[in-house]
Design a protein around this ligand. Structure first.
Ligand code: SAM
Length: 301
């Protein structure tokens, strides 16, 4: 537990500092006052305590042998610092996009056919949404900055349930599909934990999939598919386990139903779905104001 806890604490410290620095830069750039939610928001202390619990739970699970410790990023600290610098360089443009979105324009031309309407927008105020190389490069540091370094531990909370689904079975005979795998952070952790598991990652973004491939580093790779979760290009009852992390909060309600039906279709009878997503309104007393602010501050549904 000790090493993982120390690594989580270091990550928290690093991204806490980056978060504060970004906040100061926003003020220097004359960002308009932050949106004031009508519903209650938790005190900063409560928020930090909750993040601390996530980081502790991750270290505790590693300590109890439930899953493997996180390994340093294949890019190393230098790579992470370069991406943080790139995020700072892009920040004035992101702020400008936020102003533009407040004024009602958040869509862009992709030049690509067949992408769903809800997808073609600058999620998180990233230029080109999920379709630009720069957004794929800085996505992870952006998310870690937002969650003070706890995003990977949040994702990793899926691992104990994946482990339960694998327990007592031969991993070489099991197929796992990670839907909307993004830059492949969960796939990498799953590969570290289960080297022989049959892993597939599906995402609509070719550039995010390239990052995911790169993040597997020297580990055995996964099978990557560029495709839409609304029509998963895999046979019925072909997967033992499906994981889906941080996708549904970005989908319109009608699309969520379609994707849920696709998950049911590709899972084998008795297969496991491991699902991680955001808090919902009413889940936690005094936190609804945060959920009210997210769409405005980070351009998400
Ligand atoms: C918030 S990111 C989450 C990525 C990753 N699961 C993680 O833990 O960071 C959402 C991802 O969903 C993908 N996505 C959104 N709509 C999709 C769809 N209809 N089909 C496949 N991928 C989709 C995006 O390209 C993006 O990579």
């Amino acid at each position: 537990m000790g090493t993982q806890l120390a690594a989580n604490a270091a990550r928290f410290g690093l991204f806490y500092a980056v978060n504060r620095a970004l906040d100061r830069q926003a003020k220097r750039l004359g960002q308009r006052p932050a949106y004031k939610p009508k519903r209650a928001v938790p005190a900063q202390r409560e928020l930090m305590a909750s993040l601390g619990q996530v980081l502790l739970a991750d270290a505790d699970a590693v300590g109890r042998g439930l899953y493997a410790a996180a390994e340093p990023d294949p890019d190393g600290l230098t790579g992470a610092v370069a991406r943080v610098r790139e995020m700072f360089a892009e920040f004035p443009e992101a702020l400008a996009r936020r102003e533009a979105a407040d004024a009602g324009s958040a869509r862009f031309e992709t030049g690509a056919d067949g992408l769903p309407d809800y997808y073609v927008q600058d999620f998180h105020f990233q230029g080109g949404g999920y379709l630009s190389e720069r957004s794929a490069r800085i996505y992870d540091v952006q998310v870690e900055t937002l969650f003070y370094g706890a995003a990977q531990a949040m994702r990793r909370s899926a691992l104990r349930f994946v482990g339960e689904a694998i327990a007592g079975r031969d991993q070489r005979r099991l197929a796992l599909l990670d839907i909307a795998c993004g830059t492949g952070r969960l796939l990498r952790d799953m590969r570290l934990a289960w080297p022989a598991l049959g892993l597939t990652g599906l995402d609509l973004s070719a550039v995010y999939l390239s990052e995911a491939r790169r993040h597997m580093g020297s580990l055995r790779s996964a099978n990557f598919i560029e495709g839409n979760a609304e029509a998963i290009p895999l046979p019925d009852a072909s997967q033992d386990i499906v994981t889906c992390v941080f996708l549904f909060h970005e989908l319109p309600p009608a699309v969520r139903r379609v994707v849920a039906a696709e998950i049911a279709r590709v899972l084998k009878p008795g297969g496991a779905l491991v699902f991680v997503d955001s808090l919902q309104m009413g889940d936690k007393p005094g936190w609804d104001g945060l959920l009210e602010a997210v769409p405005v501050r980070f351009h998400e549904p």
